[in-house]
Unconditional design. Sequence first.
Length: 262
Amino acid sequence: MKRSINPRLTLIYSIALLLSASCTSSRPPVIHSLTGGRLELTAALDAAPDTAVQRLVHTYKNRIDRVMSPVIGRAAVPLTADSMDSPLSLLVADVLREAAVRHCGRKADVGIINIGAIRSALPAGDITLRHLYEVLPFDNRFCVLTLSGSQLRELFAAAVRERSVAVSGCTLTADASGHLLAATVGGSPLDDTCTYRVATIDYLAEGNSRMVVLGTVTQKEFPPGVYLRDLFADHLSSLRAAGDSLTAPSQRRILLQSETAP
């Protein structure tokens, strides 16, 4: 199947050629003109690779491989993240909730992560830093928000309606149309008069993924220099130090009215 790239990538390719040429000449290149267009990517391009570009790419690839190849953990089973109840989605939500004590000094009642933040699955076996960057490629900052019970109920309603997030520390029950029917936090019914702490990332804290209520919250803690990817790496490292592997969370958190929690 033929694929095409946009003119911006063609421009990047052209600049890479100029940079590679400058490495073999004492005089800097002079750009007289630049043109853009669409380039069909087919197997025919592999038959005559540009050696100058190959040298340039390999220089950086070798450096990146040295950094990305070390094993930082192990997964007992493959972990996917394609839905709100997939094992990797739930695991990331758990990692966020559990990180609040270490980085904010107090536990979080709920963890929540948008599925779009997780861009790949984890294979069974050794996990390298490369795997981690494939799974969590964005520099999402960790944060903890304080919500009223009614705000949390609004968040849960959005979660079951949009089905675009995974949660931790709670169980939500919805009807077939995606309307919230019941919610428990820490095993107790959600209380609209209480306050709750929610661990998440800056993207959701801004109200994205249609979690609009989070954008209205005024009490937000952003521990300096704490990112989701680092939290997950720390979780992997602690398991490895204990001789353990990542396993899939077994308990579902968002249930239809006809279902019961296992």
